[in-house]
Write a protein that binds this ligand. Sequence first.
Ligand code: XLS
Ligand code: NI
Ligand code: NI
Length: 432
Amino acid sequence: MTDFFEGIETVRFEGLDGGDLSYRHYDPNEVVMGKRLEDHLRFAVAWWHSFAWPGGDPFGGQTFERPWFGDTIELARLKADVAFELFEILGQPFFCFHDADVRPEGQDFAETTRNLEEIVDYIGEKMESTGPRLLWGTANLFTHRRYMAGAATNPDPEVFAYAAATVKTCMDATHKLGGENYVLWGGREGYETLLNTDLKRERDNAGRFLQMVVEYKHKIGFPGTILVEPKPQEPSKHQYDYDVATVYGFLKDYGLENEVRLNIEQGHAILAGHSFEHEIALAASLDVFGSIDMNRNDYQSGWDTDQFPNNVPEVALAYYEILRAGGFSTGGTNFDAKLRRQSLEPVDLVAAHVGAMDVCARGLKAAAAMLKDGALEEARARRYSGWSDAQVSEMLRGGLDECYRAASEGRYAPSPRSGQQERLENLVNKYV
Ligand code: XLS
Ligand code: NI
Ligand code: NI
């Protein structure tokens, strides 16, 4: 036991009148649409922002002083101890990590790999005795300076190889810990200027890299899902995995659309000029929806602030699309989220997760009620009811000529109908 969270009790569901550090809306055992809330939401704590992030922003560095900050194996173990203490306090079912969050960087590849293996064994022991399961593992291919011009899309093939070797070690670690997914976020897979960039080569290299990941997954019999996380820019000016539509086209090009699914992040959706629910709905309709990172950005500042969710109506619309798509299978709700840099106390870390889990629980319950009452789906079905008409298939088969013939005969005389958006928005308001 460390003393980091000293005096903080295990968080329990206490209902609406519960105390400051209790779940008021998230009762893991509450059954919604035939499933426990815990199994619907599948919450995960992110190792990087919760334990490795020093509290910097573009204008200033470290604000947090954690006793485990530093690059040694002993401190990495201490960090793991504290992480599992937070997991015990929260009782969430999953966590996620990058290699760089859990192990110190070594002098060379071999030492770095040994460090990772040592810490992974330590984490494995902790998982056995207490802890939650691994939702996903991933490799940090963006912080170290060797990756400043990308990993899979680096102009230097040695960097490509180093990154691929690193991904192998991280997939091995994820497999060993029984991870349910493996994520690839293309941190610096993009470019700063076209003036020095061979765009076609970089895109092809990224495609081959992802094929290699899928080949290796099958070789080792990793049963989890490979997920790609789209993001349009930041850190690179332009990133290749811009949004769901772009990644889907990319997967098709490299024959991976049945092998890879998507991890969709709220903040990234907004950066791409979409809504979160749009990105989820599109991925679901393309049959590549996988998992979510439930962290949003500030609407006023321009960078990726990665805040814990705190807007129930937004969250409800996202879970509505997830439930419509049948819910999560191997995916879940990961809080890829940072504290505010003034939130220095250990209790702030607990409160951030408790609040986020409550917001998500409210959102999911609202979404389930909307789906169960069916009013939105009835309105949607009415809006498209014309497509069940027999003459419609004739029209689709017959092409432009058939449409022309029928329209000339006066068969098609469309009259515009209301989209009823205000009424539907009022309906949603009833639930959130
Ligand atoms: C950064 C990404 C990152 C991924 C994991 O913006 O969201 O945190 O989720 O590499
Ligand atoms: Ni992000
Ligand atoms: Ni993310």
